[in-house]
Every structure is written in structure tokens, then in C-alpha cells.
Ligand binder design. Structure first.
Ligand code: MG
Ligand code: ZN
Length: 216
């Protein structure tokens, strides 16, 4: 089928460019994360908290992927870190080429970490390698605890799952044990951290995780 062929070609090209990105990140010693979730799970809030506690200790930069608007990039720029906004104009995922085109905006020699906030979408971003070292998927307690089962591809490729908004657990029908069980059923090696960006509960565990990441 023609549609399948086009999709394959696009993905193959993307993998090639992702490989180039990975080489650049490796050569420059930049650990790169791809941050993924549905809209509203708290990716930008997590980034804000991360920058609050890490700025001055590590040289971080951020790529913001959004369908429309630069609202998130504006929030991030308040933290005095280099940030580049990619507006996809309706596109529902970032591609490696978009990230590559953003790189000349940074002083790569001075960076330790690059965090890429992907477009809010749990479906196709799973298929698009950006050249990152690890994928972090966010899910929040205001979503269904069956999300790992509904979007298995995303949870299969993720290295770490962050469960956000645990301060709301008492108000929602979200079963923490159940979501962990569902996620591990899809990906037994998935690392898991639950936290609240709003109250700061357990943020330390995420920050320690970040600080121990190394380029292999
Ligand atoms: Mg955001
Ligand atoms: Zn997409």
C-alpha cells in the first residue's frame, strides 16, 4: 500500500537524521532527553521545577515543541536558560530534522543537558527518534491509569515514566499501583518516579535521576 511506503520512507529518513543528532550530542558531551506526554500532564511545569533546582549547577538548554504558540518557551525563558521554540504548525510530533535545525541556536560546547519537550501526544512521537539518549514519558493522576495499555508503543520505548500530580490522588479515581502494574506489563524495564510538580513532593528523586545520567 502506497501510504505505508511513504510512512516507511519518512521514518527511515528520520532515523538517519536522528543518528546525526546523536553523533553531535555524543561529540559535544550533551545528554539529551525527549520529554513526552499527553497535553496537560505537566511537561512544562516539570521543566520549570527542574530548571529551578538545577540552574547554576548544570548547563541546561531546552527545545520546546508546540503545535501553535510560544507560551511554553516564554515560561521557560524566565529561568535564564537557552530555549528554542519549534512551532510545528499543526504537526503532531517533532522530527529529528526540526531538532537538528534548532541546534545552531545553542552554544553546544557549553551544554551538559538538552531537554526536548515534545508536542503533547502519546501516539506518533513514539516512532520518531530525535537522537536523544533517553525518553521520559509523563502521565498525571488526572488521566486514566490504563494509559500504558492504550498507548503501549510509547510506554514500550520509554526509559522512565514520571507519574505527576500525586498531590491530587485523594480526589481522583487514579490507582497508583494499577498504573505501575499496567506500565510494567508493557515494559518490565521501565523506571518509575511519582511526584508532584505543584507541591514539590518527591521532585528530589527526579533531580537525582537526572544528575546520574551519563552518555554511554
Ligand atoms: Mg508544555
Ligand atoms: Zn504526529
Amino acid at each position: 500500500m502506497a501510504v505505508v511506503t511513504v510512512e516507511r520512507k519518512v521514518l527511515k529518513k528520520n532515523e538517519m537524521v536522528a543518528g546525526e543528532n546523536r553523533k553531535i550530542f555524543g561529540d559535544k558531551g550533551i545528554f539529551t532527553l525527549n520529554l513526552l506526554s499527553s497535553p496537560g500532564s505537566g511537561k512544562t511545569s516539570l521543566l520549570e521545577k527542574t530548571l529551578e533546582s538545577l540552574s547554576g549547577r548544570l548547563n541546561l538548554a531546552v527545545v520546546e515543541g508546540d503545535v501553535q504558540t510560544d507560551n511554553d518557551a516564554q515560561r521557560i525563558s524566565a529561568y535564564d536558560v537557552p530555549v528554542v521554540q519549534i512551532v510545528t504548525n499543526g504537526g503532531c510530533h517533532l522530527e529529528a530534522k526540526l531538532v537538528q535545525d534548532a541546534l545552531p541556536n545553542f552554544n553546544l560546547d557549553q551544554l551538559d543537558f538538552l531537554i526536548i519537550e515534545n508536542v503533547g501526544n502519546l501516539v506518533c512521537p513514539a516512532n520518531y527518534d530525535l537522537g536523544e539518549h533517553k525518553k521520559v514519558v509523563l502521565i498525571s493522576t488526572t488521566e486514566g491509569d490504563d494509559k500504558p495499555l492504550k498507548y503501549p508503543a510509547m510506554f514500550r520505548v520509554a526509559d522512565l515514566m514520571i507519574i505527576n500530580k500525586i498531590d491530587l490522588l485523594q480526589y481522583v479515581d487514579f490507582n497508583l499501583e494499577k498504573v505501575i502494574e499496567n506500565a510494567r506489563q508493557i515494559n518490565p524495564n521501565l523506571e518509575i518516579i511519582s511526584l508532584s510538580c505543584r507541591t514539590g513532593e518527591n521532585l528530589k528523586e527526579w533531580i537525582s535521576w537526572l544528575e546520574t545520567q551519563k552518555i554511554k
